[in-house]
Design a binder for this molecule. Sequence first.
Ligand SMILES: [Zn+2]
Length: 384
Amino acid sequence: MSDKTAYIGANIFNGQQMHTNCALLINGGRIGGIVSVEALHDDYARVELSGGLLTPGFIDLQVNGGGGVLLNQDPSIKGIQTICKAHLQFGTTSLLPTLITDAPDVTKQAIDAAIEAESTNVPGFLGLHLEGPHLSMQKKGAHSPDLIRQVTDQDIEILCEAKKYLSKLLITIAPESVNCDQISQLASCGIHLSLGHSAATSQQAKEAFTAGVSSVTHLYNAMSPLTHREPGIVGAALNADDIYCGLIADGFHVNADAINIALRMKTGRGKLMLVTDAMSTIGTDQDEFELNGRLVKREGGRLTLSDGTLAGADLDMISAVKFMTEQTNCDKFEALRMASSYPAQYLNISQEYGHLRNGAVANFIHITDHLEISSIWQDGEKKQ
Ligand SMILES: [Zn+2]
């Protein structure tokens, strides 16, 4: 097939609006634009799709595992490749492999593997997310209490050094373990900082936002709730115009009306972003696995420790989009933006990702009217 391909016969959602009777042009690994079918030049090889929708590939900022691999258990380039591949079939063309709180040597291995993944262009790898270990004991969730700890000067040095070799590094932190000066130091190295697993007050959260935090990790889960006298991190995040919020839309982590409230609030610059918080089970029939030596069981769409604590999610991105469309007040296009355009904006990569406008990386998917995935393209190449 020529380097120039035109996909016709499907509606096209470019990340902002819908186009009908149009062709999506691909030049090599890049989007060449969207033109009306009548204006299509002969030098494009035409591929006819029968209905459905072409939409940007999903971007997932929180992926602990997939394909039987948990990054904590296999912090290697091979582990990262397996995770990226496992999520591709669910429409995720770019992701941040995510390390849950672990020992310093495991964190180092994950950083080294991520740097290797970046330098060798592992398909789908976008950067690294370290969720912890600088969190709050009070809101530890499934993070091992033995491994949660205060940040040190040496940690900051290691993280800022890692950022030099990684285009994107996201770290979930709690103000209980990282003070505002330390937040500023990390932010000034170009690290994305997100509040999570924290019992901070809304005032502390606002100070952290001012110091350089730009998002919260899995809104509502493992964070101080909104109450009438103390609005907590939830209140601070919902009320802040420019703060992005990750959200686990699996029907277990957050009630649909709590999502509806967040949807009404996050209409400013900072948006809701769908994350899967997926573990190794995605793309497998695994029914249990280990996290820091503790058994996690998979049952009825949930992953839990023996005491019932949710330990990540048994969720893929197209299912999250479906949940938003079917169970909340979110329309399909906004749900698709929450899975692509908004995370791209958050990471400051929306020049090239999260949309299908001229010049973007050709990561896109073909879905049916019932939100089933038909085909997936990564860097212009058809993968499924
Ligand atoms: Zn978490």
